[in-house]
Design a protein around this ligand. Sequence first.
Ligand code: SF4
Ligand code: SF4
Length: 395
Amino acid sequence: MSRVYMNPCTTYELDTVYEKTAEILNGLGGMGSFVKPGMRVALKPNMILVKKPAEAATTHPAVVSAIARLVREAGGIPYIVESPFGQYTVPALERHYVSCGMKQLQEEGLVELNTDLSTAEIELPEGLKLKKLGILKPIADADLVISLSKLKTHALMTYTGAVKNLFGVIAGLQKGSFHMRFPDSVTFADALIDICLAVKPGLHIMDAIVGMEGDGPTAGTPRDIGFIGASTDPFALDLAAASTICEKVKIVPTIQRARARGLGPAELNEIEFPMATPDQFYIPDYKFAKTESSTTVSWLRNSKLLKPYPAFDKKICVGCGECFRACPVQALQMVEKRPVLDIDKCIRCFCCHEGCSPQAVRIKRNRFAGMVEAGLSFVSFLTSELPFKKRKKIS
Ligand code: SF4
Ligand code: SF4
């Protein structure tokens, strides 16, 4: 039976986060059961964009700091590795390290910051969609990988957590080719699961003290959730964590596909919770991205007719071209320093939305889709099965 640790925590105060994380690790047998003296340990946080920790788009440095301290106490050497959105260059990495609070951890002597841009090819015998994969070499070379995800909504994948966090081991703009090869959320979920199985982190930690709601993973708003999560099983951790924000958790593509592939637990009652349980954190009115459909029927959710599309606010746009460079199918052109969309080419991956720091990319629906959605919402309301009877207050 998989175990998921959910330790209540409502602050990013360093010592509190350290204590709460240490309590979890004690339950797991201590950091010493994962880390032996001299081991090089890759910490893989979510550092998707050049954002401040308070914006809740990235793993908070207090959580990274707590894990780094525990790794050091066990004799390991922690280093941070991540390929954020956009071009994978040393100057780009430096900007992310400073903004996301990791540079400070390096200055405190807690962590090393990776600047090696090389990749290594690995085999994926268990892969369903991928049999070979090029990943960041410092991840491939690590004695242990610890994934440090952030709980957020996601415009394409509904929710991002333990499994989705590992997409950041793919270097820079190569991520776009995955969207091109796996354009819908279900096949993309299978590819994400393959990547997660290939990287095989020994431990998955989740920063769910404050998550992101609305138009995640970068343009949403922070929302208090109140726990630090951990498990050696990423599928169990995602099922538990997504259950705190999502009524119909099985529509989350990575969860749906993991269940279909027999990976991890199928239901919450197949998970052991030594600390708190998901119902203690359940937020019934958590807001999802505007891309979300009210229907749970896969083909309807993925129908191009109903799917929203990106729209570009020319007043907010600064003409940086990140969206243009990230679009995997060349559906965007820069005309007079502003993106112009060819909607027939657009596969609705929302990479442009995800990578736009000034938040100039909106999620739009046509009027017909809006009417269909209203009808589906009504049907969904009549047939909804609430997983928890009531929400207990987070103390
Ligand atoms: S829409 Fe955003 S990402 Fe695209 S050019 Fe404008 S500011 Fe840059
Ligand atoms: S325009 Fe945006 S949503 Fe459409 S394919 Fe390109 S990156 Fe994806």
